[in-house]
Design a protein around this ligand. Structure first.
Ligand SMILES: Nc1ncnc2c1ncn2[C@@H]1O[C@H](COP(=O)(O)OP(=O)(O)OP(=O)(O)O)[C@@H](O)[C@H]1O
Ligand SMILES: [Mg+2]
Length: 344
């Protein structure tokens, strides 16, 4: 009864807890927070840690911090690498959403990377409960991505969604409101950035940081050869001389750097298609494949995948927001969506 009364005054929240970006959506009001999943921690001389910044401010500190400050991505690689800091981050974002709208004791639905262990899921729920949530529900990322991409998930019709985030690529076949088949690989945006760092090191003897690699991926990266190569200059430290130099990098270089990782994504997609029951496979031939997540924005990725699997591939509208939007829709239908939102 008390909970019911509380419910009348609180605005529920949907959170996309991504390894690269965290988005928070307030029921009926849309996305209110969209920030990198980064926490900057300062250590005092007793080794005690204190949060210095969270989100964009913390990301801007990556690679630029003095010794006693560390910018941490607590959810690297699609798993919770640091429980304590993940909890701090969840708390921070919930409190920030709270402050803006002044409500209390909300129901919260959190989209977590697919394949988290029971212990990790429990940790996420506990963090949200400690931050004041009345109920916490979890939803799996491929399902949230599909809902957010506008796929009619409840129909007896097979659909395939590929969400390429920062830490993981998650592939899900969905029908009748459930995940029929899914696969998650730890090859996604971060891994592409790392491949670019390695490539530049190997071919140009130049050391660049993750942020610069990400920038190259976004500005000139491509999955397929371009009619006209584009290029940009990059500064970094020469490994041999130790001096600061500038080199010219082309989209063709970035394509070579990303090639192996993209092949792994294509292979995972093919594996899922091979395991898809024939009736649903027939639907997917009709409906095509939908891409979500930041990786969907890689130039030419839709054509690249389409050529390999021989099926139409579409990019969802606002792919970076699809999971948050889908989680928000699940929040609206919390009472109906027992199949997809589950309580541990
Ligand atoms: N235009 C773009 N081209 C290529 N990659 C991009 C682009 N925009 C963003 N990205 C990449 O998308 C990734 C972030 O995507 P997203 O926010 O969907 O991940 P996430 O949800 O935090 O991660 P995960 O779902 O793995 O937990 C980053 O690696 C980022 O570099
Ligand atoms: Mg995601």
């Amino acid at each position: 009864m008390f909970k019911k009364i509380l419910g009348m005054f609180s605005s529920d929240l949907a959170i996309d807890l991504g390894t690269a970006n965290t988005l928070v959506l307030i029921k009926g009001r849309g996305i209110c927070i969209n920030e990198p999943s980064v926490v900057a921690i300062q250590y005092d001389k007793h080794g005690q840690q204190r949060i210095l910044a969270v989100g964009q401010e913390a990301k801007d500190m990556v690679g630029k911090t003095p010794g006693n400050i560390k910018a941490i991505r607590p959810m690297k690689d699609g798993v919770i690498a640091d429980f304590e800091i993940t909890e701090m981050m969840i708390r921070y974002f919930i409190e920030k959403a709270h402050k803006r709208k002044g409500f209390f004791s909300p129901r919260i639905i959190i989209c977590v990377p697919y394949g988290l262990t029971q212990v990790e899921r429990r940790a996420v729920k506990d963090s949200a409960e400690n931050a004041g949530a009345r109920y916490v529900y979890l939803i799996e990322e491929p399902m949230a991505a599909a809902i957010g991409a506008g796929i009619p998930v409840k129909e007896p019709n097979g659909n395939l969604v590929v969400d390429i985030g920062g830490g993981t690529t998650e592939i899900g076949v969905i029908s009748l409101g459930g995940l029929v088949l899914s696969k998650s690989i730890r090859v996604a945006g971060d891994n592409l950035d790392q491949a670019i760092v390695d490539y530049i090191k190997r071919n140009f003897n130049l050391l660049i940081g993750d942020r610069v690699a990400e920038e190259l991926k976004i500005t000139i990266g491509t999955a397929i050869p371009l009619e006209e190569d584009i290029s940009t200059s990059v500064r970094g430290r020469d490994q041999v001389e130790g001096s600061l130099v500038s080199i010219e990098v082309t989209s063709e270089h970035i394509r070579s750097a990303m090639k192996d990782s993209l092949e792994e994504v294509a292979q995972a997609l093919q594996d899922v298609l091979e395991k898809t029951p024939p009736e649903l496979a027939g639907d997917i031939v009709e409906n095509g494949i939908v891409l979500t997540g930041g990786g969907a924005l890689i130039r030419g990725l839709d054509k690249y995948l389409s050529d390999i699997v021989n099926l139409p591939v579409y990019i969802a509208e606002d792919p970076l927001l699809a999971v948050a939007k889908g989680t928000g829709i699940a929040l609206d239908e919390l009472d109906l969506l027992q199949q997809t939102a589950y309580e541990d």
